[in-house]
Design a protein around this ligand. Structure first.
Ligand code: HSE
Length: 444
């Protein structure tokens, strides 16, 4: 059978990695796919640079639409990123009857419903293994390997930049700002790292995993998103003293009332494997009713790890593209007509209805009755305390006035109740600075 022809839109780090791995491992890939897979056309604004990567045998153009218009191309790989031109090109490729492989989590998390519907109507596949956790085959695991299970929850370290920053803060006792500068100097963090450090990139990824795990539409607009910019080195040290590590987790969980979908810094017991994932590595824990707990670990970014995922999608398409569309694996694991609430799917819960436990750090005046007032507010709200840590007082401002950090771990309570209690505590004259609240996940 003649090789399947692939057009590549955007040959940056991942595109070049894909080209190289495909060429290096072509024999084994062909034995697996049942036919050759060849990138025969590339579109990139820098034609000369692109041509130097792919060599003279591959046609390079600066117009992505020329790739889409080429009738010999069966699969278009979109590695441009973002929601602008990438969205238009993906929809145009689908309309032209091409299968699409993309690493674009932002595009699919925000516009996935429209894109998957267009693909289904046209009978083509949109494959996106590389969009979540780079080289870790988590989409394949959720969509196929765990298909027997009712998934209960997923918790992942799915942003390498922030995990690198948190690891450095813990190792070196530095604050967020200092480590971010170092991460940028080393090339881990982008010049504009907003999507990473504010949790948006992780929220795109957990939105996709949530849809696949629970059979719901992609609903990025309903995700709760909080990044790591407000974390201090002190919180990381206190968490350590209490037996926890702080990680930026993407969490999605099935409850009786609905689906939790959230990204925020979380205290995780130090003894959990995922708490020990350091540096820029990614890891995802999936809990299924039949399989129990499973853990997936690996590189979440980089040329060849991401290429590994892109090529896995190319092989899937090479094997399945001649099958009837209804006999292929559905884009979001569940048959598209079963994704809406009329079929009994659960709504995504507002953050106020999420139940979790908390770490609180209060900067307080070291005076009689302060602890009683704080714990009184929690008791009144029905929030049970799990542990309290009080640091030795610091003398601040002379005349013997002292302040201290009061650390409280709570048991589970609903977020809306905690928000109300926090407002009351914050209003106490003896609480001297904004209270730090970090959610805690036992992941048992
Ligand atoms: N910027 C992401 C990270 C990689 O730091 O993990 C691409 O999603």
């Amino acid at each position: 059978m003649k090789p399947i022809q692939v057009g590549l839109l955007g040959i940056g780090v991942v595109g070049a990695g894909t080209f190289q791995v495909l060429r290096r491992n072509q024999e084994e890939i062909q034995r697996r796919a049942g036919r050759g897979i060849e990138i025969t056309m590339v579109a990139d604004l820098d034609v000369a640079r692109a041509q130097s990567i792919v060599g003279p045998g591959v046609k390079v153009v600066n117009d992505a639409r020329a790739v889409i218009a080429n009738p010999d191309i069966d699969i278009v790989i979109e590695l441009i990123g973002g929601y602008g031109i990438a969205k238009a090109l993906v929809l145009e490729a689908i309309a032209a009857g091409k299968h699409v492989v993309t690493a674009n989590k932002a595009l699919l998390a925000v516009h996935g419903t429209e894109i998957f519907a267009a693909a289904s109507a046209k009978g083509v596949m949109v494959a996106f293994e590389a969009a979540v956790a780079g080289g870790i085959p988590i989409i394949k695991a959720l969509r196929e390997g765990l298909t027997a299970n009712r998934i209960q929850w997923i918790a992942g370290i799915i942003n390498g930049t922030t995990n690198f920053i948190l690891s450095e803060m813990r190792d070196k006792g530095l604050d967020f700002g200092a480590v971010l500068k170092e991460a940028q100097r080393l090339g881990y963090a982008e010049a504009d790292p907003t999507f990473d450090i504010e949790g948006v990139d992780a929220a795109h990824k957990v939105t996709l995993m949530s849809a696949i795990a629970f059979g719901i539409p992609v609903q990025f607009d309903k995700a709760y998103v909080e990044g790591i910019t407000k974390l201090g080195a002190a919180d990381i040290q206190y968490a350590e003293q209490l037996g926890y590590r702080i990680k930026l987790l993407g969490i999605t969980k099935r409850t009786d009332k609905g689906i939790e979908l959230r990204v925020h810094p979380s205290l995780v017991p130090a003894k959990r494997l995922i708490a020990n994932v350091e540096g820029a590595m990614n890891a995802v824990v999936v809990q299924g009713d039949a399989v129990g707990t499973t853990l997936y670990y690996g590189k979440g970014a980089g040329a060849e790890p991401t290429a590994s995922a892109v090529i896995a999608d190319l092989v899937d398409i090479a094997r399945l593209h001649s099958a009837d569309a209804e006999h292929r694996v559905p884009h979001l694991a569940f048959q598209p007509h079963t994704l809406d609430e009329a079929m009994g799917t659960l709504p995504v819960l507002p953050m106020g209805e999420v139940v979790t436990s908390y770490y609180l750090r209060l900067r307080v005046a070291d005076e009689a009755g302060v602890l009683a007032k704080v714990t009184g507010i929690l008791a009144e709200a029905g929030i049970s305390i799990d542990a309290v840590l009080q640091r030795e007082a610091d003398e601040v401002g002379g005349e013997g006035a002292t302040q201290t950090d009061l650390i409280i771990l709570t048991h589970d309570c609903v977020e809306a109740k905690m928000n109300a209690a926090l407002a009351q505590m914050q209003a106490l004259p003896t609480v001297l600075a904004p209270i730090t609240r970090i959610r805690k996940e036992e992941l048992a």
